[in-house]
Design a protein around this ligand. Structure first.
Ligand code: FES
Length: 159
């Protein structure tokens, strides 16, 4: 059950964009921007409020891979595993992060909700491989050591 404040905030987004079908994506983006994920209850609520079928809202949300139904950490680390990064040893970077944070391919977010670690197929910065992003900021020429130092730095900021 979501706190009432989630609905109050969502009402603000609905008022801002208007009660029409074309508001669906911007409202979903703002909800995800606010909470770092898209709670299913809110998607159902928005669909009803703007007159879109719930099934349609879900199919739009699942079509765009940027929307997440799972809560994510404050810092979302995406390790590139595209060809260029893979060849330049992105796997040891991912393994070092998983080990340091107690994560795996099945568990992506730390219990303290500070970090989410995911892989992506290409960040579009192949010349800087191996790369990762933290909340969409690109970090080039990574190594396992640099990635762990970055985690330490972020931990300091996150406290
Ligand atoms: S393969 Fe990693 S940025 Fe393109």
């Amino acid at each position: 059950m979501l706190d009432q404040s989630y609905y109050t905030k969502t009402d603000e987004f609905i008022e801002h964009y208007g009660r029409k079908a074309s508001s669906l994506i911007p409202i979903m983006q703002d909800i995800q921007g606010e909470y770092r994920y898209l709670p299913g209850e809110l998607l159902t609520y928005v669909a009803k409020e703007i007159g879109v079928k719930e099934a349609k809202a879900y199919s739009v949300a699942t079509f765009y891979e940027n929307f997440s139904f799972e809560p994510k950490g404050k810092y979302i680390i995406k390790v590139c595993d595209g060809t260029a990064c893979h060849v330049r040893k992105s796997t040891p970077i991912l393994e070092a992060l998983f080990k340091e944070l107690g994560l795996s391919q099945k568990k992506h977010t730390t219990d303290d909700m500070l970090f989410t670690v995911e892989t992506v197929s290409c960040l579009g910065a192949c010349g800087l491989a191996p790369t990762l992003t933290v909340n969409d900021e690109v970090h080039p020429n990574m190594t396992p050591e640099k990635a762990l130092a970055l985690v330490e730095e972020l931990r300091g900021e996150g406290l």
